[in-house]
Design a protein. Structure first.
Length: 428
């Protein structure tokens, strides 16, 4: 079993107790991105956190819980339709907007606001669509110039401040003026919502998320023996805090690149930090930057390519699964779980024995990290028209099948959006 590399648990529990009743409210106003068809400015709320202060209660169950993949937990047959409200968005197709959205194992990154959808495609472009699927803008500043990125390894949209952050690990950092310091790779580029260059700064992170109004959270894939996470200022990349979460020098190495996954997952109060090199899932709070353990995985896996991994959280439930690779032996069975913070009980979701492409459309709440989303209690999947049509109505509800039948096989995909909410109980 992998060793737990944690900060003092007692200190975390004290921190947890002090923050248990805090309810951050971070409404974000957004203006309509300008385009040929835009005539008015609209306000919008970006759902970086969607916890309602009036309706939702944060339970004491937020303290760390221990998980063991080889322990038998109560089985729940709860359906996706009971946990989430569906939304299907057909992305507009025209001669200049032909999307790939095939992603990698790490998936495409999305941000949904009240009025808009932001996402990256082909690791080279940022697209903005309205929430109804109408095309607004494509931003492509890929190139070799001083205001251009070479590759989108990670991105984050900040509608409140009208900025888009693009993390380019492969771009060589600018020379360091201090003697003795080594030059590293990596820059963060910042553009406005029209794609106009604003600034950039050196940053060796491989993944970023917006933590709050002024800060970004970094993950460093390549920093053997050192901190893998840091908090920096969005304005200039200056470091605010290194997080003392260290991994073993030798991490699980996926030589074929078959198990890419997001290590930073937005939560309602901040962000989860989850990596196969550590058997503890941590969370950093956006308000005070305190760090706490959330899931301690005690599973005695026969491989390093398996780990409990969170996907989303509501005020009462935390959904997670066993992230694993079937390309390496020995294999580990993948199961999905939901933790009830009020009952302090882990439930295993009923297994699905069909083609995993259809699992969500067949009403199983098996949410993975395939398509990373910057909203804490939402999930999204890209659905290709030809695939839905080939399913001949056997998968998915009437709404998505009717929508697919109204489109052409060559049209841009449909986004299956799931807005998760609480239920009285997941026992089924």
């Amino acid at each position: 079993m992998k060793k737990i590399h944690t900060i003092c648990l007692c200190a975390f529990l004290l921190t947890c107790g002090g923050c248990a009743n805090q309810q951050p409210s971070q409404k974000m106003e957004e203006e309509e991105p300008s385009s040929v068809e835009v005539t008015e400015m609209e306000e919008d709320t970006a759902a970086l956190q969607t916890v309602s202060e009036k309706d939702d209660i944060w339970y004491d169950g937020e303290i760390p819980f221990v998980f063991d993949a080889f322990k038998k937990y109560p089985i729940t047959k709860i359906k996706l339709s009971e946990l989430a409200d569906p939304e299907y968005i057909a992305l507009e197709t025209n001669d200049s907007v032909l999307l790939s959205l095939k992603g990698t194992c790490k998936g495409n990154e999305f941000l949904f606001t009240d009025n808009y959808i932001y996402f990256e495609d082909r690791a080279s472009e940022i697209y903005i669509f309205t929430r109804k699927g109408k095309f607004v803008r494509r931003i492509n500043r890929q190139g070799g110039g001083p205001e251009e990125y070479s590759y989108i390894g990670s991105f984050a949209a900040d509608p409140k401040h009208k900025e888009i952050f693009i993390q380019d690990y492969y771009r060589a950092a600018e020379p360091i003026k201090k003697k003795g310091q080594k030059r590293k790779s990596g820059r963060t580029y910042v553009y406005d919502m029209q794609g106009k260059y604003k600034r950039h700064f050196n940053n060796a992170a491989t993944e970023i998320v917006i933590l709050n109004d002024s800060l970004l959270l970094n993950f460093f894939q390549f920093n053997p023996g050192g901190p893998r996470y840091s908090v920096i200022r969005k304005s200039d990349g200056s470091e605010v805090k290194k997080l003392p979460i260290r991994f073993p020098t030798k991490l699980p190495h996926d030589i074929h690149g078959r198990l890419q996954y997001g290590k930073l997952i937005t939560s309602p109060k901040g962000a989860f930090m989850s990596h196969m090199g550590n058997d503890t899932v941590f969370e950093i709070m956006r308000d005070d930057l305190s760090v706490r353990p959330r899931i301690i995985d005690k599973s005695n896996y026969p491989t390093t390519f398996a780990q409990a991994h969170p996907t989303l959280e509501t005020s009462r439930y935390l959904i997670f699964y066993i992230l694993c690779s079937h390309n390496y032996e020995p294999h580990v069975d993948q199961h999905f779980y939901i933790y009830d913070k009020k009952e302090r009980q882990i439930y295993q979701m009923k297994d699905y024995d069909g083609n995993s492409y259809w699992v969500l459309m067949d009403d199983y709440p098996h949410v993975t990290n395939w398509s990373k989303i910057q909203n804490p209690n939402m999930a999204v999947r890209v659905r290709y028209i030809y695939a839905i049509l080939q399913g001949e109505g056997k998968h998915g509800d009437k709404a998505i099948n009717d929508l697919a039948n109204s489109l052409s096989e060559d049209d841009n995909p449909i986004l299956q959006v799931m807005n998760f909410h609480d239920v009285e109980s997941v026992k089924r």
